[in-house]
Design a protein around this ligand. Structure first.
Ligand code: COA
Length: 327
């Protein structure tokens, strides 16, 4: 049996950083309100003409470099985004062209804020099925393009960015079981419940309005569902691996709201020091949020080889899921 081992990660944030005060000059909000309700202080916003594929490509280049792998060694690219450059082709194919690796499969996964978790699960299953050996998995978004900048209930929450990882197929060491010390993805769990599609959505699209649309959200309901779905999915991941909360070295959560993250951490009885937090500086970057957080903690040396990390996310659909791995 093959196992998917993380061999590198990278990230890219657009240069322009927008503070809460800057937003408060445009809409009726305040730094105090945004920080108290969400934990967000600032977010990065893509420049005019800077597209999701540009962010994704930059993150991919740093991930490949940290993995010490040439793009020519890749045999699959999976890109999670809800803000593709165009309706089609898949943004993954544009990244592929820029990396100069024609011929290998490249496609997008759309699960909004859970996109990176979904993409990792897809990549892991390609590896386990021996259909790919070296996989580039990217989460990249330009949510600034689908925000109503006059709607204070949504425009303060989101940001742009991209993160990427490189997975390599390695032989599972025989007979070591789930508590194995071997590195790699230990489990993936995915869920969706489309009955709630109208709680968090974009009011446009090619087959409805023919426009891109902007985000609409019933914030309180989303909050309530996020808290219960994420508590359930982290419990599910622990039980499936016969692990206790104390076995997890790092929680790498989707960065939507500090209060949602605190709730999941309490459920896991994890102290704040073991939770990777980037929500204050990045806001909610949707599919990019987990790989951006992962990259932050790997590059500053907090996440070390052999650490057990639990990644989770929840997004529009609703979709939610987890990936448990030994780094
Ligand atoms: N600045 C100032 N006031 C704001 C505001 C803003 N940016 N946005 C909303 N308000 C106001 C509301 O209009 C409301 O005013 P009212 O009481 O006069 O009607 C008041 O603040 C409270 O709004 P409410 O929506 O009840 O606040 P909340 O405590 O639920 O916080 C969210 C709002 C959006 C921060 C919170 O619901 C949330 O985080 N939800 C989940 C969002 C999320 O994570 N989405 C992505 C999931 S992937």
């Amino acid at each position: 049996m093959m196992k998917s081992v993380f061999i590198g990660c990278g990230a890219y944030l657009p240069q322009r950083k927008v503070s809460n005060d800057e937003l408060a000059a445009k809409v009726d909000t305040s730094d105090d309100w945004i920080v108290a309700r969400t934990g967000i202080s600032s977010r990065h916003i893509a420049a005019d003409g800077e597209m999701t594929s540009d962010l994704a490509h930059a993150a991919a280049v740093t991930a490949l470099s940290s993995a010490g792998m040439a793009a020519s060694e890749l045999d699959l690219i999976v890109l999670a985004t809800a803000t593709p450059d165009q309706t089609f082709p898949a943004t993954a194919t544009k990244v592929q062209a820029r990396l100069g690796v024609p011929g290998i499969p490249a496609f997008d996964v759309q699960a909004v804020c859970s996109g990176f978790i979904y993409a990792l699960a897809v990549a892991d299953n390609f590896i386990k099925a021996a259909q790919a050996r070296n996989v580039l998995v990217i989460g990249a978004e330009t949510f600034s393009r689908i925000l109503d900048w006059e709607d204070r209930t949504t425009c303060v929450l989101f940001g742009d960015g991209a993160g990427a990882v490189v997975l390599r197929a390695e032989d599972e060491v025989a007979g070591t079981g789930r508590r194995s010390d071997s590195r790699g993805i230990m489990s993936t769990h995915l869920h969706a419940d489309g009955r709630h599609h109208d709680m968090l959505y974009v009011d446009g699209g090619p087959s409805s309005t023919g426009t891109a649309g902007v985000i609409q959200m019933r914030g309180k309901e989303v909050f309530r569902h996020a808290v219960s779905n994420l508590a359930a999915v982290v419990t599910e991941a622990l039980e499936a691996n016969d692990l206790a909360p104390g076995d997890i070295n790092w929680l790498v959560p989707h960065q939507a709201n500090q209060r949602i993250i605190d709730h999941t951490a309490r459920k896991l009885k994890m102290p704040r020091e073991k939770v990777v937090l980037t929500v204050a500086e990045h806001g909610n970057t949707s599919a990019a949020s987990v790989p951006l957080a992962l990259n932050a903690a790997v590059s500053d040396g907090r996440i070390k080889q052999g650490d057990v990390i639990l990644m989770e996310a929840m997004g529009g659909g609703f979709t939610w899921g987890s990936v448990l791995a030994r780094w």
